[in-house]
Design a protein around this ligand. Structure first.
Ligand code: HEM
Length: 469
């Protein structure tokens, strides 16, 4: 595991960069390098400044499992207009009691609305059919699948959040998808990374302005939606995550120190929408690209689908009988490594780790690449090799170093949902189509370099989906 530690000073409501912050390597591809871009911040006084890099590439487990590592660092630009960075709302960028209450509520409510259960499985089955129909309408012509895939995956989390699905062509939905997608790209862009280090430069940066404007528009949509839900709210018939939140809000009855206020609702819905859509969709796009790149692997998956599922709709119960497909889905996640720098954490107390003293408030970047590409754990760490997850008899094997969802108390809140979506969308699509590069593009032309974003997508490419049978 690799940790990078350094300094950043707090000044009023923003962080001031100090020259000892360590920055190394490549701003665009932190996931593919052994030395990574790292900026590390702390609230400690400037005179004790020291930047340290802890590199533990052979450690299998992420060390920050303890209470002391549980804060998510608040980046300078996540606070936007409605909360100061010290007063963050929602789940992803909040901490302390607000985070605990919001995380607990999120997990319970996601489960109540079917996360990991048949209710959501049925929704995914319906959605991969709709996505399949939309792809089929292209009649095998080259297509750029990002928005379509985002729409299909977003509809799953939207069905939990709002209790409905949208048509892919619905203008409001399309606008929302575009705003969220653009912000995910901007969030990981070099220019916003620079803004995070030098907030004072914010007014100069066009990307920062676009990011803030997009957030305003997303918030406006969420507010209109929950006002609509409020009008017909029935505590005995809660149809969505938003309804359940609003019922809790009414129970709190305007309590001064309550947590179920509109700011938390907006922030939770916004982050679940983004986290629930972009991650899974990006992984699936990597999956289709890898299937075009390795047609022999695609064929083996399709053979297994034929053998186990035939022409029935893929369901989650099939997974245990499909070790090869399961291994391929895991290997897509390992290889794609879509959140290479994870989400930044911060220490909540002074800690000593591996003999290093780390003061309270230190910015910690637990690099997932250091486990997902660990040479001591993977036979071919930089290659796409589904056998990483298979034993000599072709049985699926779990690996400790497989941590795309991170670990510890801040581990991904949507892991169960994501795993179900990945398996079902992937098998549903490969049952129905064979994916090829467009005419004129050879397999060797297919580029597996990562693009830019807080979630790392493949570089833009087109695919041809040829219906099977
Ligand atoms: C392939 C899909 C996904 C991947 C690879 C992924 C990965 C991650 C990672 C690495 C984190 C940060 C963990 C940490 O800070 O240590 C995270 C956090 C989070 N994810 Fe996911 N995620 C995925 C899908 C989802 C979905 C579908 C949802 C929504 C239902 C979701 C909701 C969240 C939330 C709410 C957090 C913040 C948790 C907290 O701060 O307590 N994720 N995810």
């Amino acid at each position: 595991m690799t940790l990078f530690i350094g300094r950043f000073q707090k000044r009023r409501n923003h962080m001031k960069f100090t020259p000892t912050t360590m920055m190394s390597a490549d701003l665009k591809t932190p996931c593919r390098k052994k030395i990574h871009l790292v900026t590390v911040y702390t609230h400690a006084p400037a005179d004790s400044e020291k930047t340290t890099c802890l590199e533990e590439p052979h450690k299998r487990k992420l060390p920050p499992r303890t209470q002391a590592f549980t804060h998510h660092w608040k980046s300078a630009h996540h606070g936007y207009e409605e909360t100061s960075p010290d007063n963050a709302r929602g789940v992803i960028f909040s901490d302390g009691e607000n985070w605990k209450v919001m995380r607990r509520f999120t997990l319970t409510t996601l489960r109540d609305f079917g996360m990991g259960k048949k209710a959501i499985e049925d929704r995914v089955v319906e959605e991969y059919r709709c996505l399949g129909d939309t792809i089929e309408a292209q009649q095998g012509k080259p297509l750029e699948i990002t928005l379509m895939m985002n729409a299909a995956v977003a509809n799953i989390i939207v069905s939990i959040l709002l209790g409905k699905r949208y048509d892919y062509e619905d203008p409001t939905f399309k606008k929302l998808l575009t705003l969220v997608h653009e912000n995910i790209r901007l969030f990981g862009s070099p220019s916003l990374s620079i803004y995070n280090m030098f907030p004072v430069l914010g007014f100069l940066l066009k990307d920062h302005k676009t990011f803030k404007q997009n957030v305003k528009e997303i918030n406006a949509f969420i507010k209109v939606t929950f006002i609509e839900h409020l009008k017909v709210l029935d505590r005995n018939d809660q149809r969505s995550f938003i309804d359940t939140f609003l019922v809790r809000q009414q129970e709190e009855n305007g309590k001064a120190n309550g947590y179920f206020h509109n700011e938390n609702l907006t922030a939770v819905v916004r982050s679940l929408f983004a986290a629930g859509m972009e991650t899974t969709s990006t992984t699936l796009r990597w999956g289709l690209l890898l299937m075009m790149k390795y047609p022999e692997i695609q064929k083996k998956v399709q053979d297994e689908i034929e053998q186990v599922i035939g022409s029935n709709p893929p369901r989650i119960e099939h997974r245990t009988q499909m070790p090869y497909t399961d291994a391929v889905v895991h290997e897509i996640q390992r290889f794609a490594n879509i959140l290479p720098v994870n989400l930044p954490h911060a220490t909540t107390a002074d800690v000593t780790f591996k003999g290093y003293f780390i003061p309270k408030g230190t910015y910690i970047v637990p690099l997932l690449a250091s486990v997902l590409r660990d040479e001591s754990q993977w036979e071919k760490p930089d290659m796409f090799y589904p056998e990483h997850f298979l034993d000599a008899n072709g049985k699926f094997v779990k690996k400790d170093a497989f941590m795309p969802f991170s670990a510890g108390r801040r581990t991904c809140a949507g892991e169960t949902l994501a795993k179900m979506e990945l398996f079902l969308f992937f098998t549903g699509l490969l049952q129905r189509f064979t994916f090829h590069p467009p005419p004129g593009v050879s397999i060797s032309d297919l580029d597996l370099s990562p693009s830019i974003g807080i979630t790392v997508p493949p570089v833009t490419h087109e695919i041809c989906a040829v219906p099977r049978s």
